[in-house]
Design a protein around this ligand. Structure first.
Ligand code: SF4
Ligand code: SF4
Length: 246
């Protein structure tokens, strides 16, 4: 999760290279008070699609790759599921996962806040180093990923970390009223993606949601397995249940 100011800094860099609608700019820097949540259930994932209610416009997204590869130029962290560790260790030529982790990964910890509610999730996971000599204090700061080549291709595709398949979606698990876990997803607005646009209808994003739903669902299951098997851990803090601090 990025603070309002760092999102603004990122957007100010982005607008030098890409056109960004003024309404979308204002929304991402927290200057709109009319954002409403629209829930769209696709393939077992509840997508939260924001809309600007005064303008009657949905905030939608499509990827502009290969013209854009800004998310790889400005990567914040690359958390690894257990499956990622197995696949990427092999891809990089390691016989030993322990050696892979020792040389290529480090521990990251961060907080995610559910987009339209009060649940804060604290996660700690092993993360793939974005540069060989990545330091702990660089966690969460944008870095050009070492696997990105000059033409915008990923050197470890298709074995890249699960998170790389999902950007700019953020996803999380929530229990429904019967206690069954449900996968939710929404856009993360880091200020780095020029692919957002506004539309009166959801029609144009439906194929995108259909494409991403299975990836997001499997990724959440992989994260569950990863934390269950102690490769990382998740802590939920529900602010609704916190004592009143005021
Ligand atoms: S920054 Fe956005 S538009 Fe650009 S490659 Fe990444 S997801 Fe696609
Ligand atoms: S691993 Fe590949 S897809 Fe992921 S940030 Fe690096 S270059 Fe981009």
């Amino acid at each position: 999760m990025q603070s309002g100011n760092s999102v603004k800094d990122s957007l100010d860099m982005l607008v030098k290279k890409w056109p960004v609608d003024k309404k979308l700019y204002d929304m991402q820097v927290g200057m709109r008070d009319d954002i409403v949540d629209n829930q769209v259930n696709v393939g077992g994932v509840v997508f939260h699609v924001p809309a600007l209610s005064r303008d009657g416009l949905y905030v939608l997204w499509k990827c502009l790759w290969p013209d854009c590869h800004n998310c790889c130029e400005r990567q914040g962290r690359l958390p690894l599921t257990k499956d990622d560790i197995t696949t990427i260790a092999k891809k990089l030529g390691y016989d030993s996962k322990v050696e892979f982790v020792r040389n290529e990964a480090r521990v990251s910890s961060w907080q995610e806040q559910e987009a339209f509610g009060n649940i804060i999730t604290t996660l700690s996971m092993l993360s793939l180093k974005r540069k060989k000599d990545e330091r702990e204090e660089e966690d969460g700061t944008p870095l050009r990923c070492r696997f990105l080549d000059d033409k915008g291709y990923c050197g470890i595709h298709p074995d890249k970390p699960g998170v790389c398949w999902l950007y700019p979606f953020a996803s999380w698990l929530e229990s429904d009223r019967f206690g069954k876990p449900v996968v939710h997803a929404t856009f993360q607005f880091t200020g780095d993606c020029p692919g957002f646009y506004l539309d009166k209808s959801l029609d144009s994003i439906m194929p995108v949601l259909q494409e991403y739903a299975p990836k997001i669902y499997s990724y959440n299951m992989a994260v569950q397995r990863t934390t269950r098997e102690n490769y990382g851990f998740i802590n939920f803090v529900n602010l609704d249940n916190m004592p009143d601090q005021s």
